[in-house]
Design a protein around this ligand. Structure first.
Ligand code: PGA
Length: 247
């Protein structure tokens, strides 16, 4: 069974004090027991967040595909684990667009995470021009084929995928619940075709892109929408907590 997940991607926001206040604030809230909550603070605050988090998984927004050594500015999975991270994002559209992370790099990150037994959320999603030309299904399927679907059926069990249409990220523009459900249904179908029904049912598929308390209920009502990867609305205790009650 896929898990219900609300994940907060804090991106490059907040001072150490603000991050600490936010994690403490979220930890004090009533969260439904069947919802998994994760937050992805700036990597600088991983240790701090892990210390103050209660019932919340702490993750990193990015990690290296290498073990250790001369990779200035990078962080390894072992380092993130040593300060309490249990999960990392792979292939967020901002990493793909601004830091030129290509399919081969993302595939290497997936393989590194698997070999280190480190959980991850694999992000995918089409830019606006692809949506406008109507080829979003082929585009997203290709992203998954290129960097994720080389895993074995056993490795794919219980994985997490976030569908984030690039045109909806941080823009206030949200995919309609039909657009989100349509893509999620197809992603699950591709997994069932490539692997099997059991694997497809075990994968959690999250929606991301201007998801907030006012639109979450409708989006999460989609039978193939298992939760959200939340940017802007994850920076506020009330909004983020409200999202965990939106299923
Ligand atoms: P947003 O960001 O909710 O601010 O659109 C989502 C994301 O990039 O993960």
């Amino acid at each position: 069974m896929a898990n219900k997940i609300i994940a907060g991607n804090w991106k490059m926001n907040l001072s150490a004090k603000e991050a600490m206040d936010l994690i403490k604030g979220i930890s004090q809230q009533e969260i439904p027991s069947d919802v998994k909550v994760m937050v992805f603070p700036s990597a600088l605050y991983t240790g701090l967040a892990a210390t103050f988090a209660e019932g919340i998984e702490i993750g990193v927004q990015n990690f290296s595909e290498n073990d250790n050594g001369a990779y200035t500015g990078e962080i390894s999975i072992a380092q993130t684990k040593s300060v309490g991270a249990t999960i990392g994002l792979i292939g967020h559209s901002e990493r793909r667009a601004y830091y030129k992370e290509d399919h081969a790099t993302l595939k290497a990150k997936v393989d590194k995470a698997i070999s280190e037994n480190f959980d991850f959320i694999f992000c995918c999603g089409e830019p606006l021009f692809i949506r406008e030309e109507g080829s979003e299904l082929q585009f997203v399927q290709q992203q998954l084929d290129d960097s994720l679907f080389h895993l074995s059926a056993e490795q794919m069990m219980n994985k997490i995928i976030a569908y984030e249409p690039v045109w909806a990220i941080g823009t206030g523009k949200t995919a309609t619940s039909e657009q989100a459900e349509d893509m999620h249904r197809n992603i699950r179908l591709w997994i069932a075709e490539k692997y099997n029904e059991q694997v497809a049912k075990s994968v959690s598929i999250l929606y991301g892109g201007s998801c907030k308390p006012s639109n979450a209920k409708e989006i999460f009502a989609g039978p193939n929408v298992d939760g959200g990867l939340i940017g802007g609305a994850s920076l506020n205790v009330e909004d983020f907590t409200a999202l965990t009650h939106s299923f």
